[in-house]
Design a protein around this ligand. Structure first.
Ligand SMILES: Cc1cc2nc3c(=O)[nH]c(=O)nc-3n(C[C@H](O)[C@H](O)[C@H](O)COP(=O)(O)O)c2cc1C
Length: 227
């Protein structure tokens, strides 16, 4: 199918979804897909194009992110699945130009700082390690897993909007904890995230590949096939 036809179908699906889920009608115009990313990711089975379009891009313009758009990213994270619906994810953010911005940038590793300085928003993602169950504090074994789901939902929403949403493990955890005022041991800082407006004038952008499906699945009994 041509990329134009693919795009048309995606636009129609978006219009249909916008009509049926109560979203404002203007939302027809906010979704766009990264066709370049899709083209450079050959699949062996059919998957939704948005899965392929999501990439950890670094090329950003240095423009701000609209509050409305930022809140939609959090809304996407909100609807992630979690163990007993515990919703362990927490996000702390700094907008470009705010009084928090320099500290967030400084918490990143030098390599990440180089490109993440062009983001519109920087975030710290935390997970809460415990839950109150019938008045008792209980550990949530899947706190990281659940928060990972929320991050991915956010990344996909950002992808559909043509934004860069890039997770980073390269940061100083002590600096990050201090700057967000985290004192409690009940939370784990999982990652930082850069969100920005894509700069399409810089290219070519990186497209990573993956192990084959057969290498990471086993039927019945686990077998490690990746050496
Ligand atoms: C938890 C996590 C930490 C990451 N840390 C960094 C990082 O510090 N710097 C960076 O440039 N990319 C980082 N990445 C992006 C990965 O390198 C990227 O997801 C991977 O290479 C696959 O590429 P793709 O996301 O474009 O498909 C991180 C991704 C995740 C999920």
């Amino acid at each position: 199918m041509s990329s134009l036809a693919t795009h048309l179908i995606l636009v129609l699906v978006t219009i249909y979804v916008s009509f049926t889920n109560g979203a404002p009608k203007s939302s027809f115009f906010i979704y766009r897909y990264d066709l370049e990313g899709i083209k450079n990711r050959p699949v062996t089975r059919q998957v939704h194009p948005m899965i392929l379009a999501r990439r950890s891009l670094r090329e950003m313009t240095g423009q701000s992110i609209k509050d409305e758009e930022l809140m939609s990213l959090f809304e996407a994270a909100r609807w992630a699945p979690s163990h007993f619906n515990t919703q362990t994810w927490r996000f702390v953010y700094a907008k470009r130009g705010s009084k928090y911005w320099d500290q967030y940038l400084d918490a990143l590793s030098p390599g990440n700082r180089k490109w993440a300085k062009n983001a519109g928003v920087l975030m710290v993602v935390l997970s809460k390690l415990t839950n109150n169950y019938k008045g008792r504090k209980e550990p949530v074994p899947s706190h990281s897993f659940d928060t990972g789901s929320a991050w991915m939902a956010m990344a996909l929403e950002g992808t559909a909007r043509g934004l860069v949403v890039h997770a980073m493990g390269g940061f100083d955890p002590k600096k990050a904890a201090d700057m967000i005022g985290l004192k409690s041991k009940e939370y784990r800082i999982e990652a930082m995230i850069a969100v920005g407006i894509r700069d399409k004038s810089v290219g070519p952008e990186k497209t990573t590949q993956r192990n084959e499906v057969e290498k990471f699945i086993s039927e019945g009994i686990f077998t490690e096939k990746l050496k």
